[in-house]
Design a protein around this ligand. Structure first.
Ligand code: PLP
Length: 428
C-alpha cells in the first residue's frame, strides 16, 4: 500500500509500533479532538465516549469553564514548583478540598501531587509517619496504582504485577465484600480479625486503604454497613482509614465523594482523575494533626500541584460541588440503571447490574474476558468507547461524562445493548 493510501490511524499506529514501548496497553482509536461526551478520531470517525480516559472526564471533554481557566493560567505562568515559588491556585485547591472534605476533624489540609498512585503513596507515607507504624492493609480486587508501593497494594496479578517483583514489604491483604460472588461484610470483617491474629499485629498497622466502589477491580460497591464496621475496627486498633476515591470521587457516584453515601468520616481521602479535568492532579486530604505530622520537606515533588492543573481543578470543583451537577448525574444514573436492568433481564450472560449512583457496570456470569472484550469491540465498531474491568475482565463499566445529554446517553446505551446482544450471539 502506498503512503497516501494509509489512513491517518494506520500511519500513527505503525509509528506507535516502532517508537512506543509495547509495555503500554495499545488503544484502537487515535484521537483528533473531543468535546462533551464525544471524541473524533484522526480519520473523522465520531465516537461516544463512555470511558472518559478512565474516569477523568466527569465534567465532559473541553468544558468551557475548565478550558478558560487553563488558558488564563497559561498566560500567567506554567510552572513554579510549589516549594520554590508558591502560588495561589495550589492554596485555593487545598482550601476547596478542605471545604468539601468528608474526613474527620475540624481543620482539613491537603497536599497535591501528579497521579493517583503518587497520592496513595503519600497517604501511606503520612499514615506511617503519623502513627509510627509500618504496615498497610488492603483488599482483594483493590487497585491503587502501578508504582512499587501501590502495585504491591494492587490486587490483580496480570497485567499489573506479573514479573515486577519483589514487592514492597508490610502490605497485607484481606478479602473485600463482593456480595455477587459470595463474600459478605461479615466474611470480610471476620477475615480482617483473623489477619490481625495470624498475619500482622494490628498495633503495627498504620492504615487500611479501601475504595468505596472498587474501580479496576470490577465496580464492586461496598455494602452499606462495611465502611462503618471497618472504621470501628480501625478505631479499636488506632489504625487510620484511608478512603481511595481516585476513581469513585469527584461526583462519579452523585455526591462529590462516594463515602458520603455511607455516613462515615475517614481519616484520609485520596482524590485524583477527574480532579484535574484532564490535567494530571491528585491529592491527599485529612485533618491537620495527621497532615502536619510529617517534617517540613518530607512531602512534595517537582510538578505536584502544577498551576495549570490547579486552575482546571478549581473550575472542576465548582462544577461538581454544584447541586445541579449532582441532580443531573443522579438522573443520568437512574436512566442508565433502568436500561442496564432491561439489558440484564433480556440476556442470561449478564449476572449482575451494580453500582452507586451513576457509577454503574454489568458483570457477566462467565469469569473470562471473552464476552466483555467482544462487546467492547462490537461497541467500538458502532461508535461507542467502553471499558471492561474486574479480576477476570468480565465486567463492563460505564464512565461517561456526567454532563452527557439525554440523546447521547440513549444512543450510547442503544449501542451497548446491540453490541452485547451481537457479541453473545443473541437475536435482538
Ligand atoms: N486508585 C484508584 C482507585 C484508581 O482507580 C487508580 C487508577 O485507576 C489509582 C489509584 C491510580 O491512579 P493513577 O493512574 O492516576 O496513578
Amino acid at each position: 500500500m502506498s503512503l497516501q493510501e494509509r489512513s491517518a490511524t494506520e500511519r500513527i499506529q505503525e509509528a506507535r509500533e516502532l517508537y512506543v514501548s509495547r509495555g503500554i496497553g495499545a488503544a484502537s482509536i487515535v484521537v483528533e479532538r473531543a468535546e462533551g461526551a464525544r471524541i473524533w478520531d484522526v480519520d473523522g470517525r465520531e465516537y461516544l465516549d463512555f470511558a472518559g480516559g478512565i474516569g477523568c472526564q466527569n465534567v465532559g471533554h473541553g468544558d468551557a469553564a475548565v478550558v478558560a481557566a487553563i488558558h488564563a493560567q497559561a498566560d500567567r505562568y506554567l510552572h513554579q514548583c510549589f516549594m520554590i515559588g508558591a502560588y495561589e491556585p495550589y492554596v485555593e485547591v487545598c482550601r476547596r478540598l478542605a471545604e468539601l472534605s468528608p474526613c474527620v476533624g475540624e481543620q482539613q489540609k491537603s497536599i497535591l501531587v501528579n497521579s493517583g498512585a503518587e497520592a496513595v503513596e503519600n497517604a501511606v507515607k503520612i499514615a506511617r509517619y503519623a502513627t509510627g507504624r509500618p504496615a498497610v492493609v488492603v483488599f482483594d480486587n483493590a487497585f491503587h496504582g502501578r508504582t512499587l508501593l501501590t502495585m504491591s497494594m494492587t490486587s490483580k496479578v496480570l497485567p499489573y504485577k506479573k514479573g515486577f517483583g519483589p514487592f514492597a514489604p508490610e502490605v497485607y491483604r484481606a478479602p473485600a465484600p463482593y456480595p455477587y460472588r459470595g463474600v459478605s461484610s461479615d466474611d470480610s470483617i471476620h477475615a480482617l480479625e483473623t489477619l490481625f491474629k495470624n498475619g500482622v499485629d494490628p498495633a503495627s498497622v498504620a492504615c487500611v486503604v479501601l475504595e468505596p466502589v472498587q474501580g479496576e477491580g470490577g465496580f464492586v460497591v461496598m455494602p452499606d454497613d462495611f465502611p462503618a464496621r471497618l472504621l470501628d475496627l480501625c478505631a479499636e486498633h488506632g489504625i487510620l482509614y484511608v478512603d481511595d476515591e481516585v476513581q469513585a470521587g469527584m461526583g462519579r457516584t452523585g455526591p462529590v465523594w462516594a463515602i458520603e453515601h455511607y455516613g462515615v468520616e475517614p481519616d484520609l481521602l485520596v482524590s485524583g482523575k477527574s480532579l484535574g479535568g484532564g490535567l494530571p492532579l491528585a491529592g491527599v486530604t485529612g485533618r491537620a494533626e495527621v497532615m502536619d505530622a510529617v517534617h517540613a520537606g518530607g512531602l512534595g515533588g517537582t510538578f505536584g500541584g502544577n498551576p495549570l492543573a490547579c486552575a482546571a481543578a478549581l473550575a472542576v470543583l465548582d462544577i461538581v460541588s454544584d447541586a445541579s451537577f449532582r441532580a443531573r448525574s443522579e438522573a443520568v444514573g437512574a436512566a442508565m440503571w433502568k436500561r442496564l436492568a432491561r439489558i440484564a433481564a433480556a440476556n442470561p450472560a449478564v449476572g449482575e447490574v451494580r453500582g452507586l449512583g451513576p457509577m454503574l457496570a454489568i458483570e457477566l456470569v462467565e469469569q473470562t474476558p471473552d464476552l466483555a472484550k467482544a462487546t467492547l469491540d462490537a461497541a467500538r465498531e458502532r461508535g461507542l468507547v467502553l471499558l471492561s474491568c474486574g479480576g477476570y475482565g468480565n465486567v463492563i463499566r460505564l464512565l461517561a461524562p456526567l454532563t452527557i445529554s439525554d440523546d447521547d446517553l440513549e444512543r450510547g446505551l442503544d449501542i451497548l445493548e446491540e453490541a452485547l446482544a451481537d457479541a453473545s450471539g443473541r437475536a435482538r
